[in-house]
Design a protein around this ligand. Structure first.
Ligand code: PLP
Length: 402
């Protein structure tokens, strides 16, 4: 059975070059990320936003604006359609009257990486790809391992040796071929690039294939739906490779073209760690691209991305939205995570905690007003970072061996 996808083609994010959909593609001829395009005018005549509620309680309720053609190819572990919480008590403490959190920690493998990978692995099935490889700061590897297992596809995962133990354990347990690399995600990427041609792997690196963005954009679609098709005034997003932010920005554009929302956009706020803030630096210097950040280090491992291929797309969205980019320290991250947990009963990933720390600063500076509707993305569960918390509280950390 067909999904009813309105996909038409792929488009280079810089040159506008058109590529055929339904074929294996990585980057454009000029080496830039590809974006999936849909016939939204036609879709607008056939699809009604009020019918969304009849769909499955997963991100696949948005199948017409996702790239998969046949239902049988969808590889799902019930990702997405995550809860939206009103943060009443924390809101009072931070003087925010209308503060919300979307909790991505309840996804399969406990982060929002499940969304991107569910979409990408479904496309692998549709295109007949049998072997995939990924360089990862940790969570994407775990998600890939799980979805590859569910799809019966071989997975090769390259992660830094010092990733949270949970990422190594989950990837191993899901049956992926795991390599621990001395270095960062950028060093892992080199290993994937080397093996790609000799081993016949499909490269699932962040933004080096077009479909992880599509999965992650559903975070934006869901927020629009859950707020009754009125977008919030500001969105805080913990930014590593920036896929989620790029995806949500794309989602809002698509929703406007469908006629489901107007032209108002949230201020997009990219949050990074002080130990690795390449996007924040580029934003402050008014640069179009970021520069490789040397000696990147932070406990928020998802934010340890020294150079993102899609940096210019993140920076463009942040600027067009009237948002900003801001960094916070690891200490602020842990204190904010703890405060959120103790005020709301939600155990967030450090990346989510980083957003709370950034919110505190932007309320203080007056960048955001008390009555604005603010949405925080908590991208993962705190339970994946037990070794970070072990360290914080001085209890015995987990050990791992290859
Ligand atoms: C990967 C990751 C991020 C960063 O996501 P991008 O969309 O690549 O910027 C943030 N938080 C967590 C928990 C992650 O795993």
């Amino acid at each position: 059975m067909e999904t009813g996808t309105a996909v038409t083609h792929l488009e280079c994010s810089r040159t506008g070059e058109r590529l055929e959909a339904g074929k294996i593609q990585n980057l454009s001829a000029a080496g830039w990320p590809l974006l999936v395009r849909y016939d939204l005018q036609k879709l607008a005549r056939q699809w009604d936003r009020d019918s969304i509620a009849d769909g499955p309680p997963t991100m696949w309720r948005y199948a017409p604006v996702l790239p998969v053609r046949y239902r049988d190819n969808i590889v799902t572990l019930h990702e997405g359609f995550t809860p939206l919480y009103r943060l009443q008590r924390l809101g009072e403490q931070l003087e925010c009257d209308d503060l919300w959190l979307k909790d991505e920690g309840v996804n399969p493998t406990a982060t929002f990486k499940a969304r991107g990978v569910s979409c990408a692995i479904s496309m692998c099935r549709e295109l007949g790809i049998r072997k995939v490889a990924i360089p990862t700061a940790g969570n994407a590897g775990g998600a890939l391992a799980a979805y590859a297992a569910a799809a019966g596809i071989e997975a090769y995962v390259f992660m830094p040796r010092d990733v949270p133990a949970a990422n190594f354990i989950e990837s191993k347990t899901f049956g992926a071929n795991v390599t621990l690399v001395d270095g960062l995600i950028s060093d892992c990427a080199k290993r994937v690039a080397e093996g790609k041609t000799t081993e016949g792997w499909f490269d699932l690196s962040t933004l080096k294939e077009p479909y992880r963005i599509e999965g992650k954009k559903t975070m934006g679609l869901e927020a629009a739906e859950q707020f009754g098709w009125n977008l919030p005034d500001a969105i805080f997003y913990p930014t590593g490779g920036g896929v989620g932010l790029i995806g949500m920005w794309k989602a809002f554009e698509e929703l406007e073209q469908l006629g489901w929302i107007g032209s108002k956009r949230p201020k997009m706020i990219a949050v990074q760690a002080e130990g690795c803030p390449p996007i924040v630096r580029a934003f402050e210097q008014n640069a179009e691209f970021s520069e490789f950040f040397q000696n990147a280090e932070t406990i928020a491992s998802g934010l340890r991305v020294p150079k993102a291929l899609g940096d210019f797309l993140v920076l463009r969205a942040v600027r067009e939205s009237g948002g900003t980019a801001i960094s916070v320290s690891d200490t602020e991250i842990m204190e904010s995570s703890e405060r959120l947990a103790a005020s709301e009963g939600l155990f967030v990933a450090p990346e989510g905690g980083a957003c709370i720390a950034a919110l505190k600063k932007l309320r203080h500076s007056g960048f955001l007003r008390k009555n604005e509707r603010i949405l925080i993305y908590n991208t993962g569960s705190g339970y994946k970072y037990i070794d970070v918390w072990s360290n914080y509280y001085g209890v015995a950390p987990a050990r791992m061996k290859e």
